[in-house]
Each structure stands twice: as C-alpha cells, then as structure tokens.
Design a protein around this ligand. Structure first.
Ligand code: HEM
Length: 242
C-alpha cells in the first residue's frame, strides 16, 4: 500500500495555544512600555534632583505643560497615566492567566521537575510583581495624589505645593528609604527576568549570540534603572541632597 508523503499543513494557532502566545506577547509589549517609562522617570529624578530645588520644581511643572497649547495642561501626563494604567491591568491579567493555565495543565503536582532556578524565577516574578504593584500604589498616594507626607511638615500646603521638599522630607525618613531601596532591588530583579522573557517571546533568542546579547541587555538595563533610582533617596538620607 502506498504511503502518502504529503505532510499535513501546520495547524492554525487557535484555542489555548494561540491565546497563550497572545498572552505572552501582551506581557512583553506592556512590559516594554514600563521599561521605557522607568528609564525616563529614573533619568528625570536623577538629573533634576541633583540640579537643585528650583530645577526639580521647574521640571515637575514642565511635566504638566508638555504638549501645550495643542494639549490642555496636564494633558500629556493624563495620556501617559491612562497608557500605564491600562498596561498594568493587561500585564497583571496576562500574568495571572498564564500562571492559572500552566497550573491547570500540570497533570500532577511536582511530576515535571523544574530546575531550582526556574522555580525561583517564576515564583519571584509573581510575588515580586505583586510587591511592585503595591509599591506603585503607595508611591502614587505619596507623590501625586493626595501627597501623603510621612516626613517633617506633615500634609501642610507648603509641602504639597513644593515637589522638591516633599521628596526631600520623605527620604529623610529612614524606613521609607529602606522600603524604596527594597522596592528598587525588586524592580531590578523583575526587569532582569522580564526583559529576558520578552526577548524570548518576541523571537530575539534564537542563536547563542542573540541569547548572550539579550542577557547582557537585561542585566545592564536592570542595573541602570535600579541603581539610578536608588541614588537620590540614598543621597537625601545621607545628607547629600538637602
Ligand atoms: C526611588 C525611586 C523613585 C522616586 C524617587 C520617584 C519619585 C517620583 C516623584 C517625585 C513623582 C511626582 C512627579 C511629579 O508629579 O512632579 C513620581 C511620580 C510617579 N512615579 Fe515615581 N519615583 C520612583 C520610582 C518609581 C517607580 C519604580 C515607578 C513605577 C514602576 C514609578 C512610577 C511613577 C508614576 C506612574 C508617577 C506618576 C506620574 C504622573 O502622572 O505624574 N516611580 N515619582
């Protein structure tokens, strides 16, 4: 009997596999939006806080007037907040769905052995991501609205209307600085793993050279962002910025 050598056409990526790919791309794309934002935010803080009181407050005011008169006051920030807010929701939704799906697909717990490193990084991404989400909620309450100041001056109008003093008074509180340092370590680790995963999802790790490059980019970006962010709070805490 003749056997057919015609291979079947590849199956379209629909259903669970297709949507798994979609969820991973969604995580990668929203992750890239965060990476671009944190680089810009870190750079702005680092540069302008060391530039002094007036320069930082001018910078803060400038953020509210970007795009004027084409956009209303605060227009650019509002667009950015919407993009970031939607990205957070989609990122968390995709993370949860992928985790729930992987859990359901496991026939029996612990039958498929993951390496210690794999187990650590997937757990880390879940718990570290949750910690970062809580951190960002606190951070916004502290520095944008309603501006909860835990340092000297309390919630007086003088502090609320002076972004530089709000930041300086905040990081004069040692435990707040400790929370920020821990959060930035968590952010660095999340970025390191997240950038590597995004590179894999988007197909930038198919050769040894590409994998090495992706690894280096992930480590360098994570270090620059984490170190760049912690320098101003530490400088304030140790009296380098007053
Ligand atoms: C040591 C680290 C950080 C410091 C000192 C810092 C400082 C600040 C300050 C002073 C503001 C208010 C800016 C203004 O309105 O004039 C701000 C806003 C903001 N920060 Fe941070 N930040 C840090 C880390 C982060 C991180 C890691 C994220 C996110 C992952 C983040 C997300 C935001 C967002 C979304 C806003 C609101 C932007 C807006 O709409 O005005 N920040 N931050």
């Amino acid at each position: 009997m003749a056997t057919s050598t015609v291979s079947k056409p590849p199956r379209a990526r629909t259903g669970k596999t297709g949507s798994t790919v979609f969820l991973k791309v969604l995580m990668a794309v929203t992750g890239i939006i965060f990476v671009l934002f944190v680089i810009a935010h870190m750079y702005g803080n680092l540069y302008k806080l060391f530039d002094g009181h007036l320069a930082f407050n001018e910078y803060s005011e400038h953020l509210r007037t970007i795009g004027e008169p084409m956009l209303p006051r605060h227009g650019f920030l509002t667009i950015m907040e919407i993009v970031l807010g939607v990205s957070v929701v989609l990122h968390a939704y995709a993370a949860y769905s992928l985790w729930a799906r992987a859990k359901a697909a496991r026939p029996q717990r612990y039958v498929v052995k993951k390496s210690v490193a794999q187990t650590f990084s997937s757990r880390w991404m879940r718990w570290g991501g949750t910690f970062l989400l809580l951190f960002v909620i606190w951070h916004l309450l502290e520095f944008t609205n309603p501006k909860i100041n835990v340092g000297d001056g309390g919630n007086s109008a003088a502090i609320k209307n002076d972004p530089y003093m709000l930041v300086v008074h905040s990081f004069n509180v040692w435990w707040l600085t400790v929370i920020y340092v821990l959060a930035m370590i968590a952010l660095g680790m999340h970025l390191r793993h997240g950038i590597w995963s995004a590179a894999q999802t988007l197909g930038f790790t198919s050769t040894v050279r590409a994998r090495t490059t992706a690894n280096i980019v992930a480590v360098v970006v994570a270090l620059i962002v984490a170190v760049g962010f912690v320098i101003p709070p530490l400088a304030i805490a140790f009296g380098g910025i007053k």
